[in-house]
Write a protein that binds this ligand. Structure first.
Ligand code: TYD
Length: 208
């Protein structure tokens, strides 16, 4: 059985990942693929509990290393119970965020550094990185406007200050420059139709 493809979606707050995920899933289904959707932190019952702890504003401030370790705890559960079995079955996995989010949010945003995140990644998922990562890059200003427009209460990360979100964005773009083959940067400040065109182009180039 041929192994499935591991595709991840990344981006800052309000980048439009939800719309993009639906488009990518449709594209894969139209090509006869079986698609397993997941998200991080989360994806399994235990990992969703960790997600709740991480996102709930009532949790308050966490030590950055604690936050990073919780992200990786949730990731390990998702990986062992959902992602790996699906890929081994030959299904494609489309995951809303993965370790690049830890590189960006905890490595960049919380200033833990990408090296530390990479060391944990080597322990928690040795030899596994996504086959394709779409990074929806949006300016912090536009992203925050979109989040505010949703009218939902802001979670722990959506409440972050602009300088934190700027560091997240910069770390994502640095990672994309380090791995241009794996990470495709999508300009998500553009119109929905244009963003969709860029995503389809990336899928055709990388997955066909
Ligand atoms: P997500 O559900 O994608 O939130 P949104 O749809 O609002 O962008 O992700 C939840 C939050 O968790 C998001 O703010 C980013 C953060 N996060 C990290 O800080 N590190 C990580 O490793 C992951 C996976 C997410």
């Amino acid at each position: 059985m041929k192994r499935g493809r591991f595709i991840t979606l990344e981006g800052g707050e309000g980048a439009g990942k939800t719309t993009a995920a639906a488009l990518i899933e449709r594209w894969l289904l139209e090509r006869g693929r079986t698609v397993v959707r997941s998200r991080e932190p989360g994806g399994t019952p235990a990992a969703e509990k960790i997600r709740h702890l991480l996102l709930d504003p009532e949790t308050g401030e966490l030590d950055p290393m604690t936050e990073l370790l919780l992200m990786f705890s949730a990731r390990r559960e998702n990986l062992v119970r959902m992602i790996e079995p699906a890929l081994a079955r030959g299904d494609d996995v489309l995951c809303d965020r993965f370790t690049d989010a830890s590189r960006a949010y905890q490595g960049g945003g919380r200033r833990l550094g990408i090296q530390l995140v990479n060391r944990l990644a080597a322990l928690v998922h040795p030899g596994l990185e996504p086959d394709l990562t779409l990074l929806l890059d949006v300016s912090v200003e536009t992203g925050m406007q979109r989040v505010a427009g949703r009218g939902k209460a802001a979670d722990r990360f959506e409440q972050s200050r602009t300088d934190f979100l700027e560091r997240v964005r910069a770390a994502y773009l640095t990672q994309a420059r380090l791995e241009p083959e794996r990470i495709v940067v999508i300009d998500a400040d553009r119109s929905l139709a244009e963003v969709e065109r860029q995503i389809i182009r990336a899928l055709e180039r990388c997955l066909l």
